[in-house]
Design a protein around this ligand. Structure first.
Ligand code: CUA
Length: 169
C-alpha cells in the first residue's frame, strides 16, 4: 500500500514537473516582450539555481529511513495504558532508563488523551486514548524520575483528576 502511494506520488510529481518545464520552454520561445537586461536575467537565473540547490540539499538533509524503522521497537518494553472515566490503568508502571518503551494506549469508554510529562512538568509526548483502537507511541526515557500522565482531552466531570504516575529508574 505505502509503495503504491509512493509510486503514484512520484508519477504525479514528474507529470507536474513536465508541465512546468513545457510552460517554461514555450514562454521562452513565444516571448514577444523585450527581454530584461542581461544583468537582471543573470540574477534571476542565479536565484533559480540557488533555490534548486537549496531544495535538493533540504530534501536530502531531511531524509528519514522509510518505511519508519519498526525494528527500533525490538527489545522494547510494552506498557499498556487504558483510560476510563476517570482514571488510568497503566501496566507496568515502572520502566527502565534508556530502553525503548512502546505505549499501547486505549480507552474503556470515551476518548481520553494520554499525555506524559517529565519530572519538571514538560510534556514529552501524547496520543489519543480511543475506545476500540490501540494507539501506539514509542519513547525512550533518558532520565530516571517520576513522570506524570495527565488526560489531555476533556472527558467529563472528573477529567482534571485523571492523573497517574510512571516511574523511570
Ligand atoms: Cu480523560 Cu479527560
Amino acid at each position: 500500500m505505502q509503495v503504491s502511494v509512493l509510486v503514484v506520488s512520484l508519477v504525479l510529481m514528474i507529470a507536474v514537473a513536465a508541465a512546468f518545464w513545457r510552460a517554461v520552454l514555450h514562454s521562452a520561445a513565444d516571448e514577444a516582450q523585450p527581454r530584461p537586461s542581461g544583468h537582471v536575467e543573470g540574477y534571476r537565473t542565479g536565484l533559480f539555481w540557488a533555490l534548486v540547490v537549496l531544495g535538493a540539499v533540504a530534501a536530502v538533509a531531511t531524509l528519514r529511513p522509510w518505511p519508519y524503522d519498526a525494528s527500533a521497537s525490538e527489545g522494547a518494553i510494552v506498557v499498556t495504558a487504558t483510560g476510563s472515566q476517570w482514571s488510568w490503568e497503566i501496566a507496568p508502571q515502572q520502566v527502565p532508563v534508556g530502553r525503548p518503551v512502546v505505549f499501547k494506549v486505549t480507552s474503556n469508554d470515551v476518548n481520553h488523551g494520554f499525555g506524559v510529562y517529565d519530572p519538571d512538568g514538560v510534556m514529552l509526548f501524547q496520543t489519543q486514548a480511543m475506545p476500540g483502537y490501540v494507539n501506539q507511541v514509542r519513547y525512550t526515557f533518558a532520565k530516571p524520575g517520576k513522570y506524570r500522565v495527565l488526560c489531555m482531552e476533556y472527558c467529563g466531570l472528573v477529567h482534571h483528576d485523571m492523573i497517574e504516575e510512571i516511574e523511570v529508574r
